[in-house]
Design a protein around this ligand. Structure first.
Ligand SMILES: [Zn+2]
Length: 226
């Protein structure tokens, strides 16, 4: 009898890992109009190490994405329900998030009015870890193949401090978006998450979108596998 192995390693799978993390999808009790955003979520087989050990990083991704100024009303609903509950239950999570928070003024592009907002210095390594693993899981879901080598993550919903790096990021994202324009988005809860992907000889590229406008590019290297 063959055993089911983890999407990231050769250990036996003991659970199912959600891609992206399930905590991003609102529970029905938190949605005023009762929409079910947890229809047909994507899961892949996972060992203990590659699933439960990263749950804090999954939650961190939720905190950053749902509270982002690019977040849609669905993301903001998650922020004022699930994230607030988590912060109330474990205030240390809130304080470590808020310590990296500074008030700023933001200009709304709808009517050019200024409103108060905040900028948060994100923990890029944690975001890259979760988003990279999400792309690996989606690749396994699509092809039943494992890609566990190097990964490059570009988060278009964050601002990079170096203006030149920021300009390069914006240009890569625009080029990739144009390339993917005719690819239909995948994912059954597109108000929370959708993705597009393309496989070349050496690289697999994922274009992912969270809460309608927080965009992420992930490149997986097919050649450099351990
Ligand atoms: Zn594993």
């Amino acid at each position: 009898m063959s055993i089911r192995t983890c999407y990231m390693c050769e250990l036996e799978a003991t659970s199912d890992e959600h891609a992206p993390p399930r905590c991003l999808f609102p529970e029905q009790k938190d949605v005023p109009d009762g929409i079910d955003y947890r229809i047909n979520l994507i899961t892949v087989p996972s060992c203990e190490k590659h699933n439960s050990l990263k749950s804090h990083d999954d939650e961190y991704l939720l905190h950053v994405l749902s509270g982002s100024f690019t977040s849609s009303h669905v993301g903001l609903t998650q922020f004022i329900t699930k994230v607030h509950r988590a912060f109330e239950k474990a205030p240390s999570k809130a304080s470590s998030f808020i310590q990296r928070y500074e008030p700023i003024l933001l200009k709304r592009h709808t009517d050019d009015e200024w409103e108060q907002g905040a900028q948060v210095k994100v923990e890029a390594e944690r975001l890259d870890l979760v988003l990279g693993n999400c792309a690996r899981a989606l690749y396994f879901h699509e092809t039943a193949q494992k890609l566990v080598g190097p990964v490059q993550v570009i988060t278009a919903f964050t601002m990079y401090l170096d203006a030149e790096v920021q300009a390069n990021i914006t240009s890569s994202v625009d080029t990739t978006k144009a390339y993917f324009a005719s690819h239909p988005p995948k994912g059954e809860n597109p108000d929370v998450f959708w993705y597009k992907f393309d496989e070349g000889v050496n690289t697999v590229t994922f274009f992912m979108c969270f809460y309608s406008s927080s965009e992420v590019l992930v490149m997986l290297n097919k050649r450099e596998q351990p």
